[in-house]
Design a protein around this ligand. Structure first.
Ligand SMILES: [Zn+2]
Length: 155
């Protein structure tokens, strides 16, 4: 017997809170990238984090520069439903001066590599991205209060 397959329509309004991470998402609407910095040891995160993973002390908000460099990247051939139409696309980890951790984001404005590439050399792998590429944050004109309100493009 073949598996029984049925189809139902499914729709839901999903209401949730960003709680203490809310300033990060509001910052995106103002063209700011807010990381967090430990109030005790100074360890600086490129993401929202209420407490330091190095020493456990609380953090305070810290405005990151809007430019950084590609630390590494990958090509996504599959994604969540919202992104399927955009595949393949490039995800990057951005490194910033003055931050000890990285920021995961989309890279737009350059061809997406279509096959694995070596660690250096612009254009390797068929795409324009390379490790160390200077990039600049871009922000959505109409905010959705999601992390996709920010992405990066070549500087
Ligand atoms: Zn700390």
């Amino acid at each position: 017997m073949d598996p029984l397959i049925i189809q139902d329509h499914y729709e839901i309004d999903y209401r949730h809170s960003y709680a203490e991470d809310s300033p990060f998402f509001v910052g995106l609407t103002k063209g700011k990238l807010l990381g967090s910095r430990c109030t005790a040891c100074g360890y600086t995160y490129a993401t929202p984090r209420s407490h330091c993973m190095e020493c456990g002390a609380p953090t305070s908000w810290h405005e990151l520069p809007l430019t950084g460099r590609v630390h590494t990247y990958t090509t996504c051939h599959y994604g969540g439903e919202a992104f399927l139409k955009e595949t393949p696309f490039t995800l990057i980890l951005v490194e910033f001066d003055g931050a000890d951790t990285l920021f995961l984001s989309r890279l737009k404005g350059v061809p997406t590599p279509t096959h694995p590439s070596p660690l250096e050399g612009e254009g390797q792998g068929g795409g324009g991205v390379y490790i160390g590429m200077p990039v600049r944050a871009k922000f959505a004109n109409t905010p959705t209060y999601k992390v996709t309100d920010v992405w990066f493009e070549p500087e």
